[in-house]
Design a binder for this molecule. Structure first.
Ligand code: F0G
Length: 420
């Protein structure tokens, strides 16, 4: 039977207690899976009968009764071999795990299917989160599917329009808070303190992390082995630790022998984890006014910082920053060499690769998996801002041919599209 454990003082709690932080020391909690039990179950259950998805790994997940599962068919996302992009960067084996293929367009759905299923098991009727956009879109969709009320708090004017539209379309009660994500999350904690019937589904909720750990299982099965490096964006810092937990659990039940180095990437203007890593510290100094074009990770005081730092240190990994310009260049490069349209935060791993190679943090021959966490359509404003308005021309064949400048080679045009 699984239980909850404080990552700081090892205090333990039952999986059916509604609790987000340790009652003794305030540390954050994780689900401890009974891996011996899992080992027994997986040797009997046949995975090959189930397609690649979060619930393929139900034996590893802490939902007691399968009737409570709320699913929109999450997980099973593509692991794309990126030869053209790899060549441009100077790598041999580069893969993108494209989480934009999830039902609401981001990796959050992996965590939300488990989080909402647990909420149903606990008999909860109202759920809440603070969000930079994707969590709110995902929670709103799963709450709708489960017939629960959903409340979301987001930083005013600082989330992608697509994400805002998703939360609204799914019927969430949406509040734009004048402040940043960290202020919104603070308000959510306070609301839950005052109203204990409202269930919090940010990634501090350890059941979210349980769903998100399945990305490690999928990558391992898709590759047939662990990659050498997993490169992931870090915002509120839950996802990198979720993936690391997944690799550890697969190792513990004997499904893999090696684990990847976990490499966390943050934007220059929102990099408390990288700052701590550079100083070899085990604690962070929050950034009061985080700023970056990658609004999904515009976070100065990540709640799961300790889990993220542990994952990076324990895996002998690394943490690095990228500039806003590097993020936008990488987003465009990925879209135009591989046909994968990811949002800016999701392009941060790609943006970091040349630098990581130069520093010797990754080797040319390493197998590298970059997680593209969310779909580019969620934040289409960024693209139209950068590319400007497409040209408008009369329906006249000569004029259109002239403007398309059909003699210019495609590669040349890509380098300088606006000049024609
Ligand atoms: N990439 C995207 C697209 C995200 O939306 C987020 C987080 C991250 C990366 C970082 O993941 O927080 O687990 O380190 N988005 C949250 C939200 C904060 O509210 O949607 P993390």
């Amino acid at each position: 039977m699984a239980h909850l454990k404080c990552i700081e003082c090892d205090g333990t709690y039952g999986v059916n207690e509604i609790i987000y932080k340790c009652g003794n020391c305030g540390g954050i909690l994780e689900v401890v899976t009974d891996l011996e039990e899992v080992h027994k179950k997986i040797s009997v259950n046949k995975w090959s009968d189930t397609s690649l998805s979060v619930w393929r790994y139900a034996d590893f997940l802490p939902v007691n009764d399968r009737v409570n599962i709320v699913t929109l068919n999450e997980g099973g996302t593509g692991l794309h071999r990126c030869k053209r992009l790899a060549e441009k960067i100077g790598l041999k084996k580069l893969f993108i795990k494209f989480e934009g293929e999830n039902p609401t367009g981001s990796f959050k759905d992996r965590g939300m299917t488990v989080g909402i299923s647990k909420a149903r098991e606990l008999g909860v009727s109202t759920v809440i989160c603070a969000s930079t956009g994707n969590t709110s879109a995902s929670l709103a969709a799963y709450a709708a599917k489960a017939g629960m009320q959903c409340i979301v708090l987001v930083p005013a004017g600082k989330i992608g329009v697509g994400k805002l539209a998703q939360a609204m379309a799914h019927g969430a009660r949406l509040v734009q808070v004048k402040g940043n994500f960290d202020d919104s999350l603070d308000m959510v904690f306070k609301i839950c303190e005052r109203n204990n019937q409202i269930y919090l589904l940010n990634s501090i909720n350890p059941f979210r992390i349980e769903g998100q750990k399945t990305i490690a299982f999928e990558v391992t099965e898709q590759l047939g082995i662990s990659p050498d490096c997993m490169v992931m964006p870090v915002g509120n810092a839950g996802n990198i630790s979720a993936a690391w937990k997944g690799f550890n659990e697969f190792e513990a039940v004997g499904l893999i022998k090696t684990k990847p180095r976990m490499i966390g990437i943050q934007a220059e203007g929102a990099s408390p984890i990288v700052n701590a890593y550079r100083k070899k510290q085990r604690t962070i100094e929050p950034i009061l006014s985080p700023e970056t074009v990658a609004t999904a990770i515009r976070i100065g005081n990540p709640v799961s910082w300790m889990k993220a730092l542990n994952s990076i240190y324990d895996s002998k990994g690394h943490a690095e920053t990228v500039s806003d310009q590097e993020i936008l260049d990488a987003q465009r490069l990925l879209a135009q060499t591989e046909g994968i349209f990811a949002e800016p935060a999701s392009a941060t791993p790609i943006a970091s690769l040349r630098n990581l190679l130069d520093q010797g943090e990754i080797e040319k021959t390493d197998s590298v998996v970059c997680v593209a966490t969310g779909h580019g359509l969620k934040d289409a404003d960024v693209i139209t801002r950068i590319f400007g308005k497409p040209i408008e021309i009369e329906a006249d064949i000569d004029a259109i041919e002239k403007s398309l400048n059909l003699l210019v080679k495609y590669d040349k045009w890509l380098e300088d599209p606006v000049s024609i």
